[in-house]
Write a protein that binds this ligand. Structure first.
Ligand code: BYC
Length: 333
């Protein structure tokens, strides 16, 4: 199987042939078998490296694009407390993007290459961020459902076989857990409010529930990367297993909120010991992945604008770094 790294040029030495492939490959296999960690200095199969660059860069892009639906609400948050919480959350997402871009860089991907691919529309990021956030309740749903799905998916990634990715995920998951609780709390407050507030909360959950289930990716029998990724212990559970786990987490929380999950077919199955779920609209999922979701164009344009508007910051930082290094050279000579 050949794995792709996404649309990224890799640093020149990153794909150099290793003359001792077989001994190295044995060592790699032993490390995976022993549930140990692969570190940047270790030999790794080219496809392993490419698959990690693919997944980690997509994940980093998701964090960065994921700042947009919420940053829209910072100026309109209903109180100073809500504004401060939301600002901190959006800043956290930027930090997650940075850890993840750094992890991808340890595999030879360049930061510029990844950014260029994103703003050129050649890179994937999570489908979920192509949906609009028209009401304040959407800040609750994004936290409860989107961050909730993120936690379900990402806690097992803390044990990913690639060291820098797993370690980045530990910190990210701690923050996601706070994000999920703040979303739950927004919805709880709305559900304890007026009729109009309860309606706004339910309407928002109706819009976000199905897209949140799609975050886990296509069904297992239509997931080309899963088998190899699980054999390499990057992924620990399949897309459908994690989706099930997520629904199992939501059901009691929805009861506490007094919110109805918008799936009339959702019910516990004693025989399979799993929830039966209604049909997910995979046509919608593929439309969003093809760039035809409600907000794809807007999200990418905003990212392009932000990149262009931030050029002076990057130039200033580079000029400062150059001056500093010239100064230290002068002192040394
Ligand atoms: N959206 O073979 P599959 C966050 C693609 S950040 C778009 O199952 P894999 C948060 C998939 O990439 C959320 N594309 O793939 C941030 C593949 O395409 P390529 C992001 C999707 O990798 C801010 C193709 O479909 N989380 O939560 O085994 C604020 C076939 O799929 C999606 C991560 O990135 C999707 N939903 O499994 C709040 C977590 N699903 O690359 C919250 C890390 C699938 O072959 N990533 N695709 O062209 C993963 O765990 C895995 O990559 C996935 C997909 C489960 C997402």
């Amino acid at each position: 199987m050949t794995t792709h790294a996404g649309p990224y040029p890799l640093a020149p030495d990153a794909s150099a042939e290793n003359p001792e492939i077989s001994a190295d490959e044995q060592q790699f296999n032993d490390l995976i078998e022993a549930d140990s960690r692969i570190e940047p200095r270790d030999w790794m199969p080219e496809d392993y490296r490419k698959s990690l660059v693919r997944q980690i860069s997509q994940h980093a892009h998701s964090e960065i694009i994921g700042m947009q639906p919420e940053s829209n609400w910072i100026t309109r948050a209903p109180s100073l407390k809500r504004k401060a919480i939301l600002m901190a959350k959006v800043q956290d997402e930027a930090g997650h993007g940075l850890y993840l871009y750094s992890a991808a860089q340890t595999l030879g991907a360049t930061r510029d290459g990844m950014t260029e691919a994103l703003i050129a529309g050649k890179a994937r990021y999570s489908s979920i961020f192509n949906y609009p956030t028209p009401t304040w309740a959407d800040m609750g749903s994004v936290g409860w459902l989107v961050d909730g799905a993120a936690i379900c998916n990402q806690v097992p990634l803390c044990r990913a076989s690639y060291g820098p990715y797993g370690r980045a995920m530990v910190r990210i998951c701690k923050e996601e857990s706070f994000h999920q609780r703040q979303g739950f709390e927004i919805l709880l407050e709305l559900m304890q409010g007026t009729e109009a507030q309860r309606h706004m909360a339910q309407d928002s959950v109706n819009r976000w529930y199905w897209p949140a289930l799609m975050m886990f990716g296509p069904p297992d029998d239509d997931s080309p990367n899963s088998a190899q990724s699980m054999a390499w212990k990057i992924k620990r559970f399949s897309n459908d297993e994690l989706r099930q786990r997520f629904v199992g987490m939501l059901v009691p929380q929805a009861a506490v909120l007094g919110i109805t999950l918008p799936d009339p077919d959702l019910k516990w199955n004693d025989e399979t010991q799993k929830y039966d779920l209604g049909e997910i609209d995979w046509t919608e999922f593929h439309e969003v992945l093809s760039g035809r979701g409600a907000s794809n164009a807007q999200r990418l344009q905003r990212r392009r604008d932000a990149h262009a508007e931030g050029a002076w910051v990057r130039e200033a930082a580079a000029a400062y770094a150059r001056k500093q290094s010239e100064r230290s050279e002068m002192v040394a000579s």
